[in-house]
Design a binder for this molecule. Structure first.
Ligand SMILES: *Cc1c(COP(=O)(O)O)cnc(C)c1O
Length: 336
């Protein structure tokens, strides 16, 4: 695999030499007409963070920024992190490491499949070393790495190389360094739109992006996080886990709803694909099924039920992740 050329990374290297504040300023806030929402007198504005970079759309680079700085400070030259077959996080991390001419290691939950996912093939092409682990090993390694205990020698054996100069990025890119870059998205947003009578809406996985934006929020602002997970009676503990990531009193009002329609994380239905088709046909903006499509679907449902007063603005953060569309043969791959 390594003799394949690296995908062009100079545009990414350029991006990484700038601050998240400057990235966010360049992404347009687009006013969109989409009848299931806008026919109810609701204004729909989409912050196009999906346009950040052709291979690295969305929030994952924002979450990585603080970790890259911390790695630099620690003089680490190898990033190690965790994820599944379709991880947007590992995908972004492998490109960022390649652009910085660092190395990267991905610990993958699950056995090595006959055919790698498009996501993991990209990671390998960027020079990421993949180590496939059973669920038990994966959890064990994650716990060791996060408690900054030595990683087991068996990992060195699997990799065929000694581990040194390593910086561990938590699964999903969270923790305090992950929050900082997400706050920058909030600051740029405030310069693009008046957030009175508006709700900032975004899809949540670990909740780090939401937590980062809430950290940079102000009194009077409102947020709605739509979880890509089916939480049921764990909604309260999820809410607490978002709060725990934030070390200040949250200035804004905020709420969370979960995926109660599609059966949980990364689960899809024909209805969801129909919805994606409808949204894309009417707006020309692509969605992916795990996060952003479920977000817009839920917002359409709430708008239809009169959840917001006429004239209210929904400011939707398009968190990107469009590389993940390749896991769904029914969806056309994004142009790059
Ligand atoms: C990872 C991801 C999210 C969720 O971000 P968290 O910080 O984990 O909540 C939302 N949208 C997309 C497209 C993502 O890839």
């Amino acid at each position: 695999m390594l003799n394949q050329p690296l995908v062009e990374t100079s545009s990414l290297a350029r991006l990484l030499s700038l601050e998240p504040q400057q990235w966010a300023k360049q992404q347009p806030l687009q006013s969109v007409t989409f009848a299931p929402i806008t026919s109810h007198g609701i204004e729909l504005l989409i912050k196009r963070e999906d346009l950040l970079h052709p291979q690295l759309s969305g929030n994952k680079l924002y979450k990585l920024h603080g970790h890259l700085q911390a790695a630099r400070t620690a003089s680490a030259r190898c990033l190690l992190s965790f994820g599944g077959y379709y991880s947007n996080h590992l995908h972004a991390l492998s490109y960022a490491a390649a652009a910085l001419q660092w190395s990267s290691i991905g610990l993958i939950r699950g056995h090595r499949p006959q055919q790698l996912s498009a996501t993991l093939s990209d990671c390998e092409r960027q020079g990421m070393k993949l180590v496939f682990l059973s669920r038990r090993e994966y959890d064990e390694y994650k716990a060791l790495a996060l408690s900054s205990t030595e990683l087991p020698a068996s990992l060195e054996t699997s990799l065929g190389q000694p581990l040194f100069d390593i910086y561990v990025v938590p699964e999903g890119g969270g923790d305090a360094p992950g929050l900082a870059g997400c706050g920058a998205m909030m600051n740029s947003l405030r310069q693009q739109v008046n957030l009175a009578q508006a709700t900032v809406c975004l899809a949540c996985g670990t909740g780090t992006t939401l937590a980062g934006m809430l950290t940079a929020s102000r009194p009077g602002e409102q947020f709605l996080g739509v979880s890509a997970l089916k939480l049921g009676d764990q909604l309260t503990s999820y809410r607490q886990s978002v709060e725990q990531q934030i070390d200040i009193e949250i200035p804004a009002r905020w709420d969370i709803i979960d995926d109660s329609f599609f059966g949980g994380f990364a689960r899809t239905t024909a209805e969801l694909f129909d919805f994606i088709g409808e949204f894309e046909t009417h707006t020309g903006i692509l969605l992916e099924p795990v996060y952003t499509a479920k977000l817009l679907y839920q917002l359409a449902g709430l708008a239809g039920r009169g959840y917001w007063p006429t004239g209210h603005k929904l400011v939707v953060i398009h968190t990107g992740g469009l590389q993940g569309r390749r896991g769904y043969p029914d969806l056309t791959p994004p142009q790059s």
